[in-house]
Design a protein around this ligand. Structure first.
Ligand SMILES: Cc1ncc(COP(=O)(O)O)c(C=O)c1O
Length: 479
């Protein structure tokens, strides 16, 4: 048959090609997930080798992927990916994705309806509103009604990751204490008080905002690197006595390295007494709010002014999907000011436009991923997953610390656990690097209280006591 299509039409939607490509993709992904335990957990090699085997340059130049070779390409792509479905994957706090989030990514990739302005993605924005209100209610904050009201209530927005969410929360805090800063720049002497182990994105945000990393003031922590509320009180007083103003206190729920929660209730009491903005960085631990067994760890968070929640950590949602939540909607509304005559000219919208509240203009249908995951089997299924992984981590703690030469420095509160084998910093790094290089286990390493530790984050349900036992054995045998 003569092909009359011009080159430019060849990317047009071809249903047959779509179905064929989807069938191939699904077949590969089914095998990928089903056989996860039989392949290396990570298959790392130098970038140029990946590029060569993927035929990246050739394929880009020839444009031949659709005609032939997609299956071969995908096979290579998956073979050298990091296997998050593998039982021995215990590294970064990245969700073990569930089916609904894969579906949401496919749907968005096909219809490309950004949820940032209502007219571009009304169903995406509608679901964003629903999941944000669900999150607000978990904090006992008033959900945001669909219609404008003079009554006070909370608000939120979904965005691309916790780092961005910390920036947005700090912008909200700044607009509260120094509303003139948006036009005039930062006034002198704004300070942000944090425990030393706060996530690096907090310090980055302050530099991005032009406050400088020196606006970060460390607060003394206890032997488990948790903020000491009485020390916080003292630092607030000292900061004020020096003529500075406390823009925000940032508490961890939980800390990235250790997985331990700052004492939020006591911290919130100090912040309330001193009328200081409290931001809770709950990127990892926020999801514990949905578990009746674990939500006590976040007691006091409801007293905060702003709160961030990564659904792409413990909610089985693929990256990225983060919420910034505020108790008082006006605070998020004031975080940004913008003019864009092509978007805003005062005409009424039939729904909510979220881009007033985010750094991004266009963003994907983030709420859809979380919505589908919750609606698929119900909130309780996600809660059980979280409880189950935390319980598994607790078992891992008992198993590891009972062995000679292994030390666990604290009782874990989440699914993150640090441990040390023999008393040598370099050895921890050597163990991690060697296990990763050989594709046997994927762990991380972190420093805690000045010493280097191995660190596991138990994310996938495939990780069992047997997995932990074989990890211990390998370490004992090889080192
Ligand atoms: C406490 C905390 N805050 C912020 C972040 C950054 O989140 P993201 O990776 O979504 O940017 C992390 C990531 O691990 C975290 O643990």
């Amino acid at each position: 048959m003569i092909n009359n299509r011009s080159k430019s039409e060849e990317l047009d939607w071809n249903t047959d090609q779509f179905v064929q490509a989807i069938d191939q993709t699904v077949a590969h992904l089914v095998q990928y997930v089903d056989q996860a335990a039989t392949v290396p957990v990570a298959n790392l090699r130098p970038m140029e080798e990946n590029q060569l085997e993927l035929e990246a340059q050739n394929l880009m130049e020839s444009g031949a992927l659709a005609e032939s070779g997609f299956s071969v390409f995908l096979n290579t792509y998956l073979r050298y990916s990091t296997q998050l479905h593998h039982p021995n994957y215990m590294a970064h706090q990245v969700a073990s994705p569930a089916i609904p989030s894969a579906l949401a990514e496919l749907i968005h990739g096909s219809i490309n309806n950004p949820g940032a302005i209502y007219e571009m993605g009304s169903t995406a924005a509608s679901l964003e509103h629903v999941v944000l209100n669900w999150m607000l209610k978990k904090l006992n904050w008033k959900p945001e009604p669909l219609k404008a009201t003079t009554e006070s209530h909370g608000a939120g927005a979904l965005m691309n990751g916790g780092s961005l969410a910390n920036l947005v929360s700090l912008l909200a805090a700044r607009s509260h204490i120094a509303p003139e800063a948006w036009e005039q720049g930062n006034p002198a002497g704004l300070k942000v008080l944090v425990p030393a182990n706060s996530h690096y994105s907090v310090e980055r945000s302050l530099s991005i905002m032009g406050l400088g990393s020196q606006s970060l003031v460390p607060v003394e922590v206890d032997e488990n690197e948790r903020m000491i509320p009485s020390a916080l009180h003292e630092v607030i007083k000292q900061t004020q006595a020096a003529g500075h103003r406390v823009m925000a206190v940032v508490a961890n729920a939980c800390a990235t390295g250790s997985g331990l929660f700052d004492p939020l209730k006591e911290i919130a009491q100090v912040c309330q007494k001193e009328q200081v903005w409290l931001h809770v960085d709950a990127c990892h631990g926020a999801s514990f709010l949905i578990s009746s067994k674990l939500k006590h760890l976040l007691e006091g968070a409801e007293q905060a002014d702003s709160f961030v929640w990564d659904a792409h950590k413990m909610m089985r949602v693929s990256g990225l999907c983060t919420a910034v939540l505020v108790k008082n909607a006006a605070h998020l509304q004031n975080a940004f000011k913008q003019q864009a005559s092509y978007l805003f000219y005062g005409s009424p919208s039939m729904g909510k436009d979220y881009l007033h509240r985010t750094v991004e203009c266009t963003k994907t249908a983030l709420g859809t991923k979380l919505f589908l995951t919750l609606a698929w089997k119900g909130e309780q299924a996600v809660a059980q997953y979280i409880e189950n992984r935390v319980a598994m981590t607790s078992k891992a703690y008992d198993m590891i610390r009972s062995r000679e030469n292994f030390i666990c420095p604290y009782v874990p509160q989440s699914n993150i656990l640090c441990f040390r084998y023999k008393n040598d910093d370099d050895l921890q790094v050597e163990i991690r690097e060697s296990l990763l290089k050989t594709g046997v286990f994927h762990l991380t390493s972190t420093s805690f209280n000045g010493k280097r530790y191995l660190r596991i984050t138990i994310m996938t349900t495939a990780t069992t006591e047997q997995t932990i036992e074989s990890l211990i054995k390998i370490i004992e045998e090889r080192w």
